[in-house]
Design a protein around this ligand. Structure first.
Ligand code: FMN
Length: 138
């Protein structure tokens, strides 16, 4: 069983999450304080960057993961900068002993209308779906 969990303040990462879930043939769920995951095969985790950091709720969730939560974690998300790495931020929070796939999916997400305008676009969503499909097959 695969699972997609995401945090999205503005809706961009939600769109990506739905595309990843389509590719991985599972459902996407917004993270809440009550979210618990046990026994997932691939756990897809999606987020964005806000003032250089992940959302605090996502950080707490990542820190709470155990080897029983999932066989592996695969990361996706969006941010305005082409140089920032969501995978790197996630890796810092996931406890040791849990595999985090070295392939992540990240695309631009518009910010203040003009920065990275138009993203995520149809090509970004298609890339997210393909990512979900590839990762689910591993
Ligand atoms: C308050 C705020 C702070 C942000 N800070 C950053 C940042 O430090 N680096 C970056 O690359 N993008 C930054 N962004 C852009 C978001 O990462 C981008 O819009 C992302 O697609 C938002 O995803 P969401 O719609 O799922 O919340 C910021 C956006 C907001 C609203």
């Amino acid at each position: 069983m695969n699972k997609v969990i995401y945090v999205s303040r503005g809706g961009h990462t939600k769109k990506l999450a739905e595309a990843v879930a389509r590719g991985a043939s599972c459902t996407a769920e917004a993270l809440t304080g009550a979210t618990q995951v046990t026994g997932a095969d691939t756990l897809f985790v999606g987020g964005a960057i806000y003032a250089g950091s992940l959302d605090g709720k996502l950080t707490s969730f990542l820190r709470s993961l155990t080897p029983e939560s999932a066989r592996r974690v695969a990361v996706f998300g969006s941010c305005a900068s082409p140089n920032a790495s969501i995978l790197e931020l996630v890796r810092k929070e996931v406890p040791g002993g849990i595999e985090v796939s070295s392939e992540a999916y990240q695309c631009l997400g518009s910010f203040l209308v003009i920065v990275s305008a138009g993203h995520p676009n149809a090509a970004d969503l298609s890339g997210a779906e393909q990512f979900g499909k590839r990762q689910a097959a591993l």
